[in-house]
Write a protein that binds this ligand. Structure first.
Ligand SMILES: Nc1ncnc2c1ncn2[C@@H]1O[C@H](COP(=O)(O)OP(=O)(O)OP(=O)(O)O)[C@@H](O)[C@H]1O
Length: 318
């Protein structure tokens, strides 16, 4: 048994080679070349990266579903490549393709899975929480992507796991289902589960993650809380934007420092971007007073996680 305070998952220097690849003259291709990650109990840990960055490969190695070629992994204190019989029951997994039997119906399937575990969660409660009853009589092959996703999430939880892996949990969900799933993930986190999710969506990471690992081209390139990642940017790089609505045809640029760029995104909608300081806001307000303008709306936005990601990897997320 690991210490109660020990991390649920530690990935250190993961390496994964695939192949032989004909296009590389039969050589192997290194697709993971140095991912590290630590996931704690009672936290949502996100592995954030663009398509093809190596997220699925990493979490499949962490679960022992793919072999690794280097590095170490400790999942609940065990090496997932040599798991004990007990390890499987302590880990819940929701993979991207769901892996659900197509002709099964959601509720009988979940009840069947529940019977395989010693202390399962209530299937009825999970079905209610994830809105599964509405399509309980439909065969899985006829369900929409988002409905399948919810059944797959329920199936990953039914065994009452201590660690939960979720590969792209919001894929295919409509806004209402997404809210339902996010609420459940937060509750599970508060119950003390270690939740490891992969996502290419910054919004998911920002809304859910207590700790984020950014992966790019098979390696971890940054890690921290969302707030830490946002503040990593130096003040010189820090871009802030003030947008405001006012009568069209004004020229705020004359009143502002030259480092700031001013544009009108549409008539009457102004945007001031750059290393904005409090004194710039004062200048702007003084100028409004001088030209007799009261903006009808005003918004200040700081650097987003997207900017941090872009700066680190040169890759854009969707
Ligand atoms: N068996 C394989 N043979 C060759 N290339 C592979 C193999 N498995 C994965 N790759 C490549 O390795 C890279 C990482 O794949 P992976 O599925 O881990 O990415 P991902 O971050 O999960 O992407 P996505 O967000 O699109 O799911 C991709 O470029 C993929 O094409």
């Amino acid at each position: 048994m690991p210490e109660p305070t020990a991390p649920a998952l530690i990935i250190d220097g993961l390496i994964r080679d695939v192949g032989p690849i004909p296009a590389l003259d039969g050589r192997m291709k290194r697709i993971i070349s140095g991912v590290y990650l630590t996931a704690q109990f009672g936290q949502v840990t996100a592995l954030l990266g663009a398509n093809g960055a190596g997220k699925t490969t990493t979490i499949e190695c962490a679960q022992g579903l793919q072999r690794r070629d280097g590095g170490t992994i400790s999942l609940l204190g065990e090496d997932p490549d040599k798991p004990s019989a007990a390890l499987r029951a302590r880990v819940g997994v929701m993979l991207q393709d769901g892996g659900l039997p197509p002709s099964a119906h959601p509720l009988p399937l979940l009840r069947h899975v529940a019977h395989m575990y010693e202390s399962p969660r209530s299937v009825d409660e999970l079905a209610d929480r994830l809105g599964i009853r509405a399509f309980a009589d439909t065969a899985i092959r006829r369900l929409s992507g988002g409905q399948k996703q919810r059944v797959a999430l329920a199936a990953s939880l039914v065994g009452n796991p201590e660690v939960l892996f979720l590969d792209e949990p919001s894929a295919g969900l409509d806004p209402q289902a997404r809210r339902m799933v996010f609420e459940l993930i937060r509750e599970l986190r508060d119950e003390g589960l270690a939740i490891v999710l992969t996502t290419h969506l910054l919004d998911d990471a920002q809304k859910l993650a207590d700790y984020v690992y950014i992966v790019d081209a098979g390696a971890t390139v940054a890690a921290g809380t969302v707030a830490q990642l946002l503040s990593q940017a130096t003040s010189a790089e820090a871009q802030r934007t003030v947008t405001f609505e006012a009568p069209p045809g004004l020229d705020p640029a004359a009143a502002l420092r030259r480092e700031l760029s001013v544009s009108q995104t549409r008539p009457g909608s102004y945007s001031v971007t750059g290393p904005l300081e409090p004194s710039d806001l004062l200048e702007l307000a003084t100028w409004w007073a001088a030209v007799g303008v009261m903006p009808t709306s005003l918004h200040l936005a700081s650097r987003s996680l997207e900017d941090v990601f872009l700066a680190l990897s040169g890759t854009e997320l969707r």
